[in-house]
Design a protein around this ligand. Structure first.
Ligand code: C2O
Ligand code: CU
Ligand code: CU
Length: 476
């Protein structure tokens, strides 16, 4: 069985780095799949990277598909930098359509040449992004992906995306540092062509090939007594992951945009698209194989066709039984590694200066069909929906009056969830994407800090974003 994802041939081979990979399966890397993803780290305060966007044929578990990639890798190379570092990314578009890059989760400028998502990188063009990671930036697992409106879902679903790690204080906590670090980059692919219709776009396209770090069911190992640190990213277009590791609880240490104050034990963890979480796993079970499972979850459907139509059953001919994502095995033994006592305090934000309301739903528009809406309006690139003042704190009350779940994402500034359905949320965490389930209301508190300019907020079911569920925000 060929489990590893590898490049069969490249449609247009570009230079040395890529040639080395051509036609050869990636080297098998004993038991750590994340070793297979190339890692590019900053040196002497500078992270300098060439990212080539290209198409090519990839194979997963014996099935092939023509996909999109960064540097002929799925996922794209893992980028790593620290607070204070300068990042310079030279992106070249070898695709036949426009694209660009977004640094999801990073607290950096939304203007050129940084996280400027309104930029159009046309076919054949090269653009050099450059920004500095602020000195006080949180340690986090961030996520880069394309953000050219109208094509975001197509391009992410076809393979584009990679991890951007900001290393810092969390990584220096001794117990965390001692843990073995692994990455869980969750991405599903449609190699069958089943999802190519308008209906599945409205649902948010899911593919039946589930991959972790570009592999189908990779294995990870833990020594008996040891600690494993998993940095998990939902990099899928629309698929939700309700994660559970057999016989092992998750010890949550970080959410999207940074560490939490102390470890929290969870028996399962729901990650909607765009969300990340970091957990520790204790190697305290009996030696054996344990599956990382994706449990069934209903994220709703379009009202007129009845709710619940878009469970998994509809998307890929799958039933409602748990799906295996990866396998944990035991190997070796170490002296028992403790969990950390304390992590990093999450500041309490002051009362807001402004409170806004945002309502999420979808509706039919004459001549345009089904559109996805915020406050009754579909995205208009010319319209400014929200103006905020840098240096102030705002509460946004986000109400989902529709029949589908929407993960709400804001660029540039992380936020905290303050209330769900009117009830105070006691766990303080830094988030940049929050699930607003059908029929529910979530209140978030956002400190607008440091960066001015125009950016967006949107549903991270990326088909919904492309179909209109996005707004422009100007921070001044
Ligand atoms: Cu991860 Cu605006 O996106
Ligand atoms: Cu983002
Ligand atoms: Cu949505």
């Amino acid at each position: 069985m060929q489990r590893r994802q590898f490049l069969i041939l490249s449609a247009s081979s570009l230079g040395g780095v890529l040639l080395a990979q051509c036609g050869t399966p990636k080297e098998s890397s004993s038991n750590s799949s994340s070793n297979a993803t190339p890692v590019l780290k900053s040196e002497n305060g500078l992270l300098e990277v060439d990212l080539n966007l290209d198409s090519g044929t990839f194979s997963f578990d014996g099935q092939q598909g023509n996909l999109l990639s960064y540097n002929q890798q799925i996922p794209g190379p893992r980028l790593e930098a620290s607070p204070g570092d300068t990042v310079r990314i030279r992106a070249t578009n070898f695709l036949s359509e426009s694209t660009n890059l977004h640094y999801h989760g990073l607290h950096i400028s939304p203007q050129e040449p940084a996280d400027h998502i309104f930029l159009e990188l046309s076919p054949g063009e090269t653009y050099t992004y450059e920004f500095t990671i602020p000195e006080n930036h949180h340690s986090m697992t961030a996520y880069y992906h394309p953000h050219f409106h109208g094509l975001v879902a197509d391009q992410v679903f076809a393979g584009l995306g990679g991890i951007f790690v900001v290393r810092g204080a969390l990584d220096e906590i001794p117990e965390v540092k001692a843990a073995q670090e692994e990455f869980i980059f969750l991405k599903d692919f449609d190699l069958t062509g089943n999802s190519r219709n308008r209906h599945s776009r409205m649902m948010g396209r899911e593919g039946s090939t589930l991959t972790v770090n570009g592999e189908v069911n990779p294995s990870f190992s833990i020594p008996s007594g040891g600690l494993l640190r998993l940095r998990m990213v939902n990099a899928s277009n629309a698929r939700f992951y309700r994660l559970k590791l057999e016989n092992h609880p998750f010890y949550l240490i970080a959410t999207d945009a940074g560490a939490i104050a102390s470890v929290r034990e969870l028996s399962e963890l729901l990650l909607s698209p765009g969300e990340r979480a970091e957990v520790l796993i204790k190697g305290d079970a009996e030696s054996g194989e344990y599956r990382l499972l994706n449990l069934p979850y209903q994220r709703g459907g379009m009202g007129m066709m009845g709710n619940g139509m878009m469970g998994r059953g509809m998307m890929g001919g799958e039933d409602d039984s748990p799906q295996t994502l990866a396998t944990l095995t035991y190997s070796g033994e170490v002296e028992s590694q403790p969990l950390p006592e304390n992590l990093i305090p999450v500041e309490e934000l002051p009362e807001p200066e402004t409170v806004r309301e945002l309502t999420l739903n979808h509706g039919m528009f004459p001549g345009r069909g089904m559109q996805f809406l915020i406050n009754g309006q579909a995205f208009d690139p010319q319209r400014v929906d929200t103006r905020v003042t840098v240096g102030t704190v705002e509460d946004w009350e986000i109400r989902n009056t529709g029949t589908m779940d929407h993960p709400f994402h804001l660029h540039t500034n992380p936020f905290q969830v303050i209330r769900r359905n009117g009830e105070a949320v006691s766990n303080r965490e830094w988030k940049d994407t929050v699930l607003v389930p059908q029929g529910e209301t979530v209140r978030i508190r956002i400190p607008f800090r440091q960066f001015r300019g125009k950016t967006v907020y949107h549903c991270h079911v990326l088909d919904h974003e492309d179909l209109g569920m996005m707004g422009n925000i100007v921070m001044q």
